[in-house]
Each structure stands twice: as structure tokens, then as C-alpha cells.
Unconditional design. Sequence first.
Length: 712
Amino acid sequence: MSSDKLHITSRSGYYIASVILGIALMVNSLSVSAHNDHPLGREQIDWDGAPQVLRTIALGMDFRGGGITVAHRPNGKVETRDGRECLVGPHFLFDIDDKIAFDLDSDVEIELIMDRSASSGFNLSYDRSVHPLMINHKFDQKDRWAPVKLVLERARLANRKLDHTDLSISAPNALFPTDSYQEDQEVVICGMKLTFISSANQSPEPNRGKLNLHVTAEDGTLITTRMGLYKPDGLAPIPSDQAINVDRYGETINQVVLRTVPSRWPSEGRFAHYINGNYGAELEAGRYQLVLTKGPEFRMHTETLDIEPGKTLNKMVVLKRWRDLPAEGWYSADNHIHIERPDPSYNRGILAYTQAEDVHLSNLLQAGNVSSNSHFSQYAFGLRGQYLVNDYSLVSGQESPRTSHLGHSIGLNGQAFHGPGDKPYLYVRTADAIHAEGGMWGYAHVFRNVLHVNRGLALDVPLGIVDFVEVLQLNILGTEYLYDFLNMGFKLLPSAGSDYPYFDEVGSERIYARLEGEFTVKAWFDAWQQARSFVSNGPVIEFSVNGNERTNEFSMSKGERLSIHAIADINPDFDELERLELVVHGEVVKSAKPSKKGVPIVLDYEVQAEKPLWFALRTYGKGSAKAHTAPFYVSVDGDNDFRNRKKTRALAQKYSKVLVAMKESTPSLDEEPEHFDTHNDILPMWQASKPELDMRIDKALKIYRELMQKDN
């Protein structure tokens, strides 16, 4: 093995680093080619430097490889170095010929010939049996062309990386976060050889048995679920063809890698698949751990299975509910999903996946950029684009406009896709068009200042075109911007979404709205806008104000008693709640803890109505569980100015400074998402948008000045 320095990115590092912003992630997938139709900038490269490699792929981004890889340079190419045919670029994926190696669980030695003068090392990510793993390797001071040898422990090589590949190599700083946008952004790979230290393919054919699994709800009907099946060491067998197929960036897969799992997930294994209630597979004889889930409203089922040689195990499982929220009027939605639907024939397969995670309303977002290209296209919008089976639905939406200079925006429940046009930095054009159709418009990735979303918010919230902000994603609940604008008197709804396939599986974060009658798409959106809702990755929050459990606006008389009763609860298989907080004007005024382990948290609070205010409830688990209600507004004696008067002036100054700086700014090509599509259009489009954008900035600045003078 090479004496060069190694650092292995742990699985927890994978999930947490992806947490902090696999987001600026979308930020730099950089190829300056004229156009690329793949959302990750995929290009196949002809390279003959590794006979065991069937395909070589250049890719702008990879979120599923044990870390976040982001190429800050154009896609790679083949060049000649010292007479060698070499790959030169930021990020390459390799598909090992399945005739040579497939579905192993063994140590594999990889020998690389690399130009050590071109970089300080490299990152190697590979399909490992239990979960993806990334190795950060630093070169020592050996000769320029000295071989590098590494051992890939428990290599699976089962085509489970993006584009059905097995391993990838990237430049040291082709990561998020990166140490430098200028240095260590390319690697030079001139040769690759794999040696199989021990191979399952060389061992005798193992004894095998069969599993026939049937999963039903408590009423006996078959239901779709997520399924994990693991050997004691965490290995998940390749699913049979009875697993549900899932679309990921246009490729069909039947096994997913989980970024996050419930607290009681019994295995180190992070590969899972989905089933439609019936599942049959031939398995190597031995002991397995079965795990079945269906979102946070169902109990997790875990069981040990023994597969005997030559025998069939018939297994019936009844998946029990933790709580029937739809029966109580609460229906879940994921407001941020990217799955292409070219025509209606795709609906059934997509719905099987979203049903398996128990998401009742799945907003499938077509994505646009400044060049008017669209990824994850939807065959229709409005009623024609809706697909409804019982109380599960697919609905077309859009993530457009989206730039790294003003942030990403989302349009929901519109009647058409509204592309960015010739002035894509004027988000108001899209927002107005969607509002005119009865839809909703807001900002994505607002849990942090992702892609300079603070600029878009500073401009568009005071001008009245923002309905919602996405505050829960990647297990992060970020409320800074939500609270800031509420404290200045602007009404906003919190939103949540998985951003599948970039971040997590569908339904990892969701929003619940409370309906009065039967579920329809229109009823759900009406309820979100007008009644109770909360964002959550597991917990449930319910409460009443003076006995009222439905509305979110309350008219009080001065001195009248305001009584709040709240309850937070969670499926014990997902987490254990630690605290429930009542927030008024952004500050915690009451916090409650569970009276004993495993019981809901109850919070009671009474106060006399004196001035208008907004309040909300939020809860946190001992693990990663979080939930936050929509804000509630209290008017007093007809005064509905619910601002936080102590903070308004400072906040108006804060966002005025953002807009003044934005007026003098220019988009950075290094930060722009989908650079491979937009490189030639960014600056011309900015200049075309600038005059009208400056006028809008001036209007917003006037509103901030008026706010600053309001309490003088």
C-alpha cells in the first residue's frame, strides 16, 4: 500500500457535510461546453488507459459518494502527458466491466498512475458494501509518475454510484466545502488497475434459499414500503426485479443509499429499496435483518429472518400505524422533488415510490436556469398535470428562476411552466405569472444563506411577491430569515422539501396541512395558505388558542386572555422529543420538556393581549427530529401591525445594506449553478435585467426607509 497520507471520510461526515450545503453544490458543476442536457453535466469520455474500465464519465456533481463532490472547473478531457493518454479534469466516474467484477464484498487493490505534479492528491469514492466511502489521499514526495496503491475495503462494485458506475476520482478541492476555488481543482489520471485480493466471484456458489414477503396495512390491503434487508455485517443483497424502480437524474435504479435513517434503524447498512407489498427474492442462505418503514406515521417493523438452503420462507408482515394523521385531517406534502415526467405513463411508477414514503402530495419541480433550459420536465401543468389515486397525488411545479446570485425560487400549483425569459434575474415576472394562475411562489434553501438567497429575499419579500420560504431541509431547521421578515411585518409560510435526488429521499422533510374535508390538491393548497400547517422531519405539533384549533389569525381585545395549549409528539422509532418551545416575535417565551420518557410534550401558556404579535411553536428531538408551525397572528383592538417594533429598524437597515451591495454586484461565474448550460448567458442576462432590477431595488429600499421611520 502507498505510504502517501490517507484520510477516510466517515459516514457521519458524509451526512453532515452534505447537510451543510450540498447546496452550493448545485453551485459549481462547471463545463464551458455550449450545452449539456444532463442536470449534473454528464459527459462520456473515450479513454483507453484502463482495460478493466468499461465506461468513463465526467460529471459536475455527485451527492451520493460518501461526500459532496462539486467540480469547479469544466468537465474533463483526454490529453497526452509524457507520451501517456491521460484524463485531465476535476471529477471522473468509472464503470468497471461487470464481466471482471460485479457484486463483490471483498478487498480490492487499486493501482493508479497519476501526474503528482498536477495536484496534491485526490479523492476516491467507491461503492462499498455497507455504505459509500470517500478516501482523501495526499501524495508524498515520490517521483512524478510513481504508482499509487490503495486497498478498497469491502468493495461492492455493483454499479450503485451515479450513472451505474463503481468508483470515482476527483481533485482535492473538487468538494463542498472547498479550501480554494483556484488550487487543486484538477487531477491527471494516466492509468488504473484493479487487483482482487479476495473475491466472492472466485468462491464456490453459496447455498441459496428464497424469501416471499407480503406486507399489508392493518386492514389487510397490500401497501408499498421502504425495505432494508441486511446480513449481520450490514451488507444488503442486490434487490430482485420485484423491487420498485426509482428514477434518479433520468437513470433507473432499484436500490437507494440513505443519507439519514430513523434512530432505531437496526443496521449499519444504508442501502435500501422499495416494494409494492409483495416481494420475492433468491438469497444466499443465512441470517438477515428485515427493516420495513413507511414514513413517520407508521411504526418501523424489524425482524430477524433465517433463509435456509433450498427452502422458501413465506413471511407475512402487518405494518402498524403509529398515528393516522389523515383521519385527523393532516395530510403531508413534499414541496421539493425533481423527477422527470415526459408523459402520463410515468405517473404510476413515480407514485409507487412516493406512496412508499407516505407522501400524500408530491410537488415535482421542473428546473430552469438563465439559459431557459429545463431539467426534470413535466408533461403538463395545472389539472392536466395532476395525478391522483385515492389520497396520494403528483403535482407539477417549478424551481425557476434559479441563480446563485439571488437564490433559487419555487413555483407551486401553477397552470404552466414559466421560464426565465430574456431577463431571468427579474424573478417578479415568474412570480406574477404564477400568482395570476392561483399558484404560490417562494424561495428554496432558506435554512441558510444558500446561493445568496438573502438578496432575493431582501428584494422580493417587501415587494409582496413571496408566499413561502423553505426553512427545513437536510435535517436543518433555519429560521433566521423567516423570523427577520416576520419581525418586520411581512407574512410568510414555512415550507419544507427533500430536494430529491440531490439531498435525500422523498419525504425526508415534509409539510403537513390540516384539511376540513376530503383530500384534493386544491383543498391541500387552500389549507396551507389559510389554516394550520407545520413543517417536519418526524414530529407532530398541534395546539389551540382559546380553544380554537383551526384558524391562524386571532382578533383580541386589549386585556383579553390569550391561552395557548400545545402538544408535540413523535413516532418512538424515529426519535425522542427533547423540548417544545413557544416563540413570540422570534424569542422563546416558554419551553416545555416531556414529563417522562416516551410521552408527548405538553405546553400551556397564558398572557393578556396588549399589542399585536406573531407567534409560532417549534420542537426538537434528542437526535435530528425537528418541526415548526406556521406563524399565527394576533391583532388587538383592530390593530394588526404584528411587527416586532424593537427590532424593525435594525432589520430594515440590515436588508437595505444587502440591497445596496447587490446593486453594485456582478454574478460570479464560479458560483453559478449549471455552468455547463449557462456560461455564455450569465453576464449578458444580468446586464439585460439590471435596469429594471435597479428600479425594483429602489422600491424595496423605500419600503425599508418607511419601516425605519415608522417608530420614530
